[in-house]
Every structure is written in structure tokens, then in C-alpha cells.
Design a protein around this ligand. Structure first.
Ligand code: GLU
Length: 373
């Protein structure tokens, strides 16, 4: 069963905003009025109980305009310099726009490594979670100033999909200059029709996206489709909708035309199957009977239930959990290194800070990071 396809039914929404929506194409001036509409829409979603993460492009477009870089294709170092100037200007505008509505913006600049290397990924994930818990609106962009060509997302569509995956979001909205995926490029083929719902991203669907690119941003329909694949696989629904008009998210909530990509499982199920299928354990935790019963009942693993720690692992590594007779109970991601786990085992969560000298997580393995065998 899928939810009825309306923005309203979702809990955590990632909204990706392209450069051409944020910045004026020729001069790179920030489009204040449009952004104000976006802020209003975010406020409306928030007051309706949704959590919102923004992924905004536009740093390079705004910065190049400000620095007067006229070349159509910029060199890498020019893009990096433009981003340094544009990002701070953009962040300021978002901050002011949302502040006017009583919301706090938090800037997260990520590189591809932050979404691929597990420790950095977990750090970014925890930070995002904490920001949301404190009611802030995370505003994410690629860290263009340090990202070089080979280690760059380059387009924020895929970055947004990775962010959605990282945050276990259940909806990713890609605001675009077109209101969805068409059977052919509608600029060329007048018979092209918009597709309402995509349940499987087949080669035929991929063919429809072609290689189209918009002039000012980096993504085209092809990168949007790649993004949709990543997100759907992570259990996150995706919608591609037109963002050009004022308050386009509000229009989307009222049923504006768009294309839906349907995820067939929840973010949590997707995450657990990722843990089960991709992580190789590098350590082992033996737990007592109380912890075994708690784990089987869906609880997290706390330090008092751990009897011994085997192996040499880092925080963020996968470990197996076994009972006293070495029978496997679960596989999970450890929130502590082997060294620290040994120091806190058997102790109450409240004692962790005193023993380690820092305040880590209460759980050695959080239930969301744990899959029963
Ligand atoms: N990160 C780039 C910027 O902020 C944009 C990438 C894209 O166009 O998607 O300018």
C-alpha cells in the first residue's frame, strides 16, 4: 500500500531548489520575492507538523554574478571562488527570509565523502537529526569551494537524494523548471505527455529523461532520475514539480501537476536492509540475557547489557551481537569504538560521560541501527 500521493501525508521532507529558481539567470541576483514565497511555504509545512530540510543550489550563480565573471563556462577555480562568495550571500538571504517567520536556518556544506564514508556520514546524519530536534531548518549545499571536479557531486539533485537517504526522509521534492517527467522533451516534441506516477524506474523511463540540461544549473532530467533512483531505493518518495511560480510548494500541496516516483518500502525498512546486505561486521559484542530479551523486543543495546567486546572496531563500524553461547542475535552499527565500548560496558548510561570524558550516545547500538538475525 502506498500513501495517497499528496505532500500532506509526509513526515520529513527534503526540498531541492535549483539555481535558476534562486538566482536570476543573467546577473545572478538573488530572487528575493520567490525566496520569500518559499519561506512562506516552508513555514506552512512546518506549522502543519512536517520537518523540512532544504537543499539549495545557487552559490555559483550568485557568486559569479557578484564577482562579474562573464565567461559562460567557468574554470574549476572560478566556480570554487564564485561559490565562496555566493554561498554566504545565499545563506544570509535564507536566514533573513526564515527569520522573518521565526525560523532558524542551519547551514550544512557537504562533500561527496560526507555522504559515502561511514563515519562522516554518521556525523552528518547525527547533526541533521539534532538540528531538526531543536527546530532548525537545515540548509544544505555542496561544499563547492573545496570540492574538486573528480570528487564533486556537481549537481544538487543527487546531493539532495543522498541527504534524503541520510536523514531517512520520506519525501524528496525536486523543484525544477519543468513540472515533471515527460514521455519526450516537450520543448521539441509537442506530443510529449507528462507522466503522473512512476512505480519502477525502467530503462524505458530513463530513455524519456534523455540528457536535457537547463542553462544555469547543473542538473537536467537525467540527473533528476538518478536522484529519484537513489531516494526511492532508500524508501523515500520523490516528486518532480515546477518551481518557477510563486509559492510553488503550496501549489503542489493543492495538487499542481507533477510526477511522482513511488517508494515501495519505508526509509526504515530500506535502511535496515542496507545494513543487513552491505555491512561486514568487524567486531563482536557479547550480551547478557536481559539485553538479549530487550533486543528481541525491538529495543536498543545499552552498555549495562554488554558482557564483553571482541575485535578492534571504530565508531560507525558494524558489529555482531551474540549471546552467552555465541549465538548471533543481531547485526548493528556501533556508536562507540571497541576501546570505548570496553570502558563503558556494564555501566549505566548516565556514567558514560564521566568514564570517557565526553558525552556520547546512551546506546551502544541504537535500535534504528540494528537488524535482528
Ligand atoms: N552546488 C552548486 C551551487 O550551489 C549547484 C549545483 C547544481 O546546479 O545543482 O551553485
Amino acid at each position: 500500500m502506498t500513501k495517497s500521493l499528496s505532500v500532506k501525508g509526509f513526515r520529513r521532507i527534503v526540498i531541492k531548489v535549483g539555481s535558476s529558481l534562486v538566482a536570476d539567470g543573467n546577473k545572478g541576483a538573488v530572487r528575493h520575492e520567490w525566496l520569500n514565497g518559499l519561506a512562506e511555504d516552508i513555514v506552512a509545512l512546518r506549522s502543519d507538523g512536517r520537518e523540512v530540510i532544504l537543499v539549495s543550489s545557487g552559490a555559483i550563480a550568485v557568486g559569479r554574478g557578484h564577482l562579474g565573471m562573464r565567461r559562460r563556462i567557468l574554470k574549476l577555480e572560478e566556480k570554487q571562488a564564485a561559490a565562496a562568495v555566493g554561498q554566504i550571500r545565499l545563506a544570509y538571504v535564507y536566514q533573513e527570509m526564515l527569520r522573518a517567520h521565526g525560523l532558524t536556518v542551519a547551514q550544512l556544506l557537504l562533500t561527496i565523502g560526507d555522504t559515502e564514508q561511514r563515519r562522516r556520514y554518521l556525523n552528518a546524519r547525527n547533526t541533521m537529526e539534532t538540528l531538526l530536534r531543536f527546530g532548525a531548518v537545515p540548509m544544505v549545499n555542496e561544499n563547492d569551494t573545496v570540492a574538486t571536479e573528480e570528487i564533486r557531486f556537481g549537481d544538487n539533485d543527487r546531493l539532495a537524494a543522498r541527504v534524503a537517504e541520510m536523514a531517512s526522509a520520506d519525501l524528496l521534492v525536486l523543484l525544477s523548471d519543468i513540472d515533471g517527467l515527460y514521455t519526450a522533451d516537450p520543448n521539441i516534441d509537442p506530443a510529449a505527455e507528462r507522466i503522473e506516477t512512476v512505480r519502477h524506474i525502467t530503462p524505458e523511463i530513463e530513455k524519456m529523461a534523455g540528457t536535457s540540461r537547463s542553462d544555469i544549473g547543473s542538473g537536467g532530467m537525467a540527473t533528476k532520475l538518478q536522484a529519484a533512483k537513489i531516494a526511492v531505493n532508500a524508501g523515500c518518495h520523490v516528486v518532480i514539480a515546477a518551481g518557477n511560480s510563486q509559492n510553488s510548494l503550496a501549489s503542489l500541496s493543492r495538487g499542481a501537476p507533477c510526477t511522482w516516483f513511488v517508494a515501495s518500502r519505508s526509509p526504515m525498512t530500506a535502511r535496515k536492509s542496507w545494513i543487513a546486505n552491505n555491512l561486514k561486521p568487524v567486531g563482536r559484542l557479547t550480551v547478557d540475557e536481559g539485553a538479549r530479551v530487550a533486543l528481541l523486543a525491538g529495543k536498543s543495546l545499552l552498555p549495562p547489557g554488554v558482557v564483553s567486546v571482541h575485535g578492534d572496531f571504530d565508531r560507525g563500524d558494524a558489529v555482531v551481537v551474540v549471546d552467552g553461547s555465541d549465538t548471533g542475535i543481531a547485526l548493528g552499527i556501533s556508536a562507540y569504538s571497541a576501546v570505548d565500548a570496553r570502558r563503558i560496558l556494564g555501566h549505566k548510561s548516565g556514567e558514560i560521560a564521566k568514564i570517557l570524558g565526553y558525552r556520547g550516545r546512551e546506546e551502544i547500538i541504537h535500535r534504528n541501527d540494528l537488524v535482528l538475525s
